[in-house]
Design a protein. Sequence first.
Length: 366
Amino acid sequence: MGGQELRILDQIRWLCNHGHSAWLLARKDSAIYHEAEYQKLPAYPIPIRGSVNPQAIFRLMQFVQSKKIDILDCHSASAASTAFVARLFTIPVVRTLHYDFETDTIHKYLLRYGSDHFITVAHWIADKLIKLKCADHSMVSIIPTGIDLNRFSPEIDKSSVRNEFNIPESTTVISAIAMIRPDKGHKYLIRAVDRIADVNNNIRVIIVGSATRNEYLDELKKEIAAIRHQDKVILAGFRQDIEKVIAASDVVVNSSIYEPRSQVIHQAFAMKKLVIASSAGGNKESIAHSKTGFLFYSENVESLSQTILSILGNNTEQIRERAYQLALSEHSIDTMMERTLNIYNKILKDKQSLHCVLLKKENINI
């Protein structure tokens, strides 16, 4: 699972813990549904597919009526197309956009007429919505994904992951935490390893994440086999304890060639770790270069290696402290959900004033 799925589950958990009712609606065979069941979060199976599915629409409407749902928050195009029918029956629909979106006629129609409000994780996505006239400014809110500040804390012990991989305390650990697929740009970090290790041999690079396809992992292994300092790279696979990986790290790298908005960057901020990220997409919104972290030119191995080398051995305490304060003030899950809840409440009030059919409730069912 990636950041989108993790945000959805965090959102449901927060709402349930704060007196609201919330459910995940997803395919029963999906990874997010299995994870919701594992975490004992409310979930209801609906066969949502890439195109409109009459069975999915029927099950959705049954669920909406039986649970007296107040609002639907759709996190994918297929979910939004299914929820389009519910909106025809005055159920408000929020569309949360984690990524870029399709701009063909059908998708633009769904965007324009299938949503009461948009939540985007980054400004560039909001700007595109408005530019294409899929929404006006009043219908769009930018809310980056929030993080659990109790889980991602500077107090987390850094020794467990270092001990697991026999990494001495004196060794500089560079970590990359992301799903393994081409757009995450792992190959640029791997290709930078020789250049970095030739100057500073006391490093380890830990790559954490599962591959969305087996061939992506095979390609990454080929990249590692092609460098001289293969022993410096650790493929750690998927892990639930990424806070411990970040704690063990001196530098957290995001090498994506496409990045709507990275959760890991804000998680590292909250743990007072130095972040180096590509100049792709939302990374430029998350990082103020040389103030809260460092940016390198996307898809540029030389730029990445030189940026890493430039900070090794230097005092970055002020940069890390500024990033930490930013995480506390703007990127907590409480901040994200309070802003999200304000949008829900505003939509429900607007609907009441327009149609006088939705009652104000103490709890919001989502």
